[in-house]
Design a protein around this ligand. Structure first.
Ligand code: PEP
Length: 254
C-alpha cells in the first residue's frame, strides 16, 4: 500500500535558529498525529539539515530532506553539496526537478536524470517534481510535457529503483501564486501520471507510487485535494513555514 506524505519545502527561508525552532515546533505538534502509513517530511536549506536530521531521527514517520544535490560524488564543485553529504546528516529525501531549479538554474531533464541516479546510489529518495507552465496548460500540451519529464527524468530507472521515487505534480502556474489546481484538474493529471507509470513498470508499481500535489496547497484546500483517488498528499511551500498551517495539512489524513 502506498504511503501518504505531506512534505514541506522551506525553499531559501529561515536562518539557522528560526529553522531549528520551527522544526522542533512541528515535531512536537505532529508526533502524535502521524497516522498509519503516513510520513511527514520537511525539506530544509542545507544549513539546517544536520540539526533537524537528529531531531527527526527520534520521531516515527517524520523525516528530513534536502532541496538539491550535485550529481557528482565529491570534488571541485565550489558551493555545491553531494548526495553522500546530505545522507550523512540523517536526511532521507531530496527534492529534484523543482520548477524553480529548472527555471532559475537551468536544470534540464538530462541533468536531473543524473541527480536522480546520484541520490538513489547513496540512499536518498528523490521527491521528483514535474508539471506544466501556464502556457503549456493553456495550449493543451500539458500531458505531453508531463510524459516527457517522466520519460527523461526517471524512466531510465529499473523498476526496483523506481519504487524509491516519490513524484510531485506541481503545475508551475500554481506555485507560490495563490492559484491552486482544482481537485478535478489535479486528479486528472495524477491519474494520467499513474497510468503512464503503469505503462512503463506495470500496475503494481503504479499502484504503489506516492504522487503528491504541489501548488498553493493550504489548510483550506488540502482536504478536497487529498481526497482525490490518485492524490497521496502534498508538497507544501508557503504554508510549510507556519507550524499551525503545516500541521493542519498533516492532520487532513487523521
Ligand atoms: C513548492 O514550492 O513546491 C510549492 C508547492 O510552493 P507553494 O505551496 O508555495 O505554492
Amino acid at each position: 500500500m502506498r504511503k501518504n506524505i505531506v512534505a514541506g519545502n522551506w525553499k531559501m527561508n529561515l536562518d539557522y535558529e528560526k529553522g531549528v525552532s520551527l522544526f522542533s515546533e512541528i515535531v512536537n505538534m505532529v508526533k502524535d498525529e502521524v497516522v498509519g502509513n503516513q510520513e511527514v517530511i520537511v525539506c530544509t536549506p542545507a544549513i539546517h539539515l544536520s540539526s533537524v536530521g537528529k531531531l527527526a531521527g527520534s520521531v516515527k514517520n517524520v523525516a528530513v530532506g534536502a532541496q538539491n544535490i550535485h550529481q557528482a560524488e565529491s570534488g571541485a564543485y565550489t558551493g555545491e553539496i553531494s548526495a553522500t553529504q546530505v545522507k550523512s546528516t540523517g536526511a532521507a529525501y531530496v527534492i529534484l526537478g523543482h520548477s524553480e531549479r529548472r527555471a532559475y538554474f537551468g536544470e534540464t531533464d538530462e541533468l536531473l536524470a543524473q541527480k536522480v541516479e546520484a541520490a538513489l546510489k547513496h540512499g536518498l529518495s528523490p521527491i521528483f517534481c514535474i508539471g506544466e507552465t501556464k502556457e503549456e496548460r493553456e495550449s493543451g500540451r500539458f500531458f505531453d510535457v508531463i510524459k516527457s519529464q517522466l520519460e527523461k527524468g526517471v524512466f531510465h530507472l529499473s523498476g526496483e529503483d523506481f519504487t524509491n521515487i516519490v513524484l510531485a505534480y506541481e503545475p508551475v502556474w500554481a506555485i507560490g501564486t495563490g492559484l491552486t489546481a482544482t481537485p478535478e484538474q489535479a486528479q486528472e493529471v495524477h491519474a494520467f501520471i499513474r497510468d503512464t507509470i503503469a505503462g512503463k513498470y506495470g500496475e503494481q508499481i503504479a499502484a504503489d507510487t506516492t504522487i503528491l500535489y504541489g501548488g498553493s496547497a493550504n489548510p483550506g484546500n488540502a482536504k478536497e485535494l487529498f481526497s482525490q483517488p490518485d492524490i497521496d498528499g502534498g508538497l507544501i511551500g508557503g504554508a510549510s513555514l507556519k507550524s499551525r498551517d503545516f500541521v493542519d495539512i498533516v492532520k487532513v489524513f487523521n
